[in-house]
Design a protein around this ligand. Sequence first.
Ligand code: PHE
Length: 451
Amino acid sequence: MGKRLSWATRFGFYLAAIGSACGLGNLWRFPYVVGENGGGAFVLLYVFLALTFGLPLLIGELILGKATRKSVLTAVDTLEYEKKKPFRIFGKMALVLNLAVLSYYAVISGWVLHFAIQFLVRLLGIHQAQTQSMMDLLLNNGLLQVGLTSVHLLFTIIVVLKGIQDGLEKWVGWMMPLFGVLMLILVVRSLSLSSNQEALRFLFYPDFSKLTYSSMIHAIGHVCFTLSVGFGTMVTFGSYLREEDHVPTAGFRVTIVDTLISLFAGLLIFPIAFQGTNTPMTDPGLLFELLPSFLFELPGGILFGFGFFICLYLAALSASIGLLEVIVSNIEDRLKYRRSSSAWVVGIVALIVGMVPALSGSALKGIRIFGKGMLEGLDSIVINWILPIIAAGMALGITYGMKKMDKERLFVDTNKMESASLFSHWEVALKWYIPILVVVALVFQVFGLFQ
Ligand code: PHE
């Protein structure tokens, strides 16, 4: 077997890793999960866990990839403990998780596409006046949602099949700074609303009484989701790292960028939310309900809106590509199926599963899981129950299944004195802190169910 390819430049890794990490998790999911969990105290918990839970795990997955030069299933297979391979199950679970997430990620990506088109037709002056809000129209129209989801999955499949990720990454690379600038301008505008004080207080003043029994697991789940850890994605990216790249530094930078983008999303949405709208802050459509009407009021807002949703769509596309790619490349490695057939089959299965969340606002409106609609219910089961378990399993797998020597070689940089002492902290985080926290948080969540 030939030597595994590496990123041509260090920039290549960052583009891919940040491209996968930053997406709907930051813009769509973060604000409403913060809304659901009462604001400031949760934000503090989230930032704390991003650094103490997400970052060590992200470094762990990258190290596993770099050490084995394999993607998740095969990499996890190399983890042995007392001549057995008890961690295999987590690799398999991670793949199923990718499929489940892809199916509803595609639905939300379809929403983004819809809004980009809505802004475009307004820009071109060819839209018809409507009385209902754009989001309501979309939610009530199941067929439209299934159509948009299919288009999104089709784009994703084409990119994965044609192997044009490289080309796309360059695009995303160009769009990212543009997206950053657009967001910054919108944040400034949003913070100049009269509700700014109230919003800042909500976002940053920690009122711990607002936390619920499930807040801890919500924060853990969201940290894993937004950093793409527990999915095996980062194992693949780590396998392409160049020998000279220092893994903890890379992981740290990805975590910081991703966390900052989420905080910016909060700064963008909450001043609008406090400006007398009647959308509940716990609504998964929060971003889509609030942002368009805010943009329509701004001078040049339609152009801004178009740019914003196109950039967000590219971010969603690059995250979806990561999800599909992990499944397809693992099937290719293990089952030796042709890449093209597996991409189509996985895409179609994702579409079939995705029909459920896509129809959750229309045909399936009456069906509820734990009192939530199908979309939120699916998201909640996957992110708040299954993902943390895989994350803990991965942490234990890396702890017990990899040789200390290998980990130390990849973690410690002889030019960076502090990395030697950080190494032992990192080991403790994976061995004790992460698994114990997951168990405690799950117990709290179960307890909360009976309250
Ligand atoms: N991290 C992505 C986001 O925040 C979601 C994702 C998870 C993408 C796992 C790929 C793999 O939107």
